[in-house]
Design a protein around this ligand. Structure first.
Ligand SMILES: NC(=O)c1ccc[n+]([C@@H]2O[C@H](COP(=O)([O-])OP(=O)(O)OC[C@H]3O[C@@H](n4cnc5c(N)ncnc54)[C@H](O)[C@@H]3O)[C@@H](O)[C@H]2O)c1
Length: 267
């Protein structure tokens, strides 16, 4: 018996990183998944690998209202219902607040915050129609505390925690539980130094190895458990919040950060 047998779950930003690991784990636990992402090639390849019985890829820009309507139609046509959603898609931009162009601030809000809102607004009624289910939103460590130079990102992740609480209150009566995962630093393309600044041009492998070592060293010092997190570890939390093991839990942000948010150790 899988923990998600019979469930149909939409995962956004599923082409790579944490979303990809959520898709793999959810399928291993018996779910059928609909993968939404702007990365068509990677998303299509992942769905093909998981098999047409178990997975479909639909191109989705979470910030575009019409894309959500199309995704819901495609999901219900393929699998007959939707009873779970993982709002995972997100983007990160580094900038001091005073240097952040309005366009950049708005784009981060569009994807991380409006995307999460549109996902809840579009999919929750379909989950209700299927008899209830779960929504897992992806906030962040930066949704619960401040972090310098990621002002737009932190604002949206605080908003995702707020949306999670409100959605839990409004949707409980329809049998929908809504929770959030708040990862610390997780080893995905988002935190890969080679991906962080694509404008810097082609990556010199020696320089990249040096950056990776610097990042490892940083997290060894910052994080009590002494390392960056793995996307599979976040996927296991999303599984818990999407399955019956969390049947009496709703409206909560769950920190998964190796102890980073616990406080500062002087030793
Ligand atoms: N990696 C971390 O350290 C970390 C920490 C805390 C929270 N998070 C959050 O976890 C989530 C997953 O991030 P990740 O670490 O796997 O990074 P990632 O960059 O590897 O994955 C993000 C995915 O979202 C997709 N995406 C981006 N914009 C989109 C859009 N407009 N519409 C649809 N899909 C879009 C990307 O194509 C990508 O597949 C994000 O919400 C991120 O903010 C990540």
């Amino acid at each position: 018996m899988g923990k998600l047998d019979g469930r149909v779950i939409v995962i956004t930003g599923a082409a790579r990183g944490q979303g990809e690991q959520e898709a793999r784990l959810f399928v291993a636990e018996g779910a059928r998944v609909v993968l939404g992402d702007v990365l068509e090639e990677q998303g299509t390849a992942l769905a093909a690998e998981l098999g047409a019985e178990r997975a479909r890829f639909v191109r989705l820009d979470v910030a575009v209202e019409g894309d959500w309507a199309a995704l819901v139609g495609a999901a219900e046509e393929a699998f007959g219902k939707i009873d779970g959603l993982v709002n995972n898609a997100g983007i990160l931009r580094f900038n001091a607040l005073v240097d952040t162009p309005l366009e950049e601030f708005r784009r981060v809000l569009d994807v991380n915050q409006t995307g999460c809102f549109l996902g809840i607004r579009t999919v929750a009624p379909r989950i209700a129609a299927a008899g209830g289910g779960t929504i897992v939103n992806t906030a962040s460590y930066a949704g619960l505390t401040g972090m310098a130079f990621v002002g737009a990102y932190a604002a949206t992740k605080h908003a995702v925690v707020g949306l999670t609480r409100v959605a839990a209150l409004e949707l409980a009566g329809q049998g929908i539980r809504v929770n959030a995962v708040c990862p610390g630093a997780v080893d995905t393309p988002m935190t890969n130094p080679a991906v962080l600044d694509p404008s810097a041009g082609p990556v010199d492998p020696a320089g990249q190895a040096e950056s990776v070592r610097a990042v490892d060293e940083l997290y060894r010092k910052l994080v009590p458990l002494g390392r960056i997190g793995r996307p599979e570890e976040v996927a296991r939390l999303a599984l818990f919040l999407s399955g019956e093991d969390s049947s009496y839990i709703t409206g909560q942000p769950f920190v998964i950060d190796g102890g980073w948010l616990a406080g500062v150790s002087p030793f």
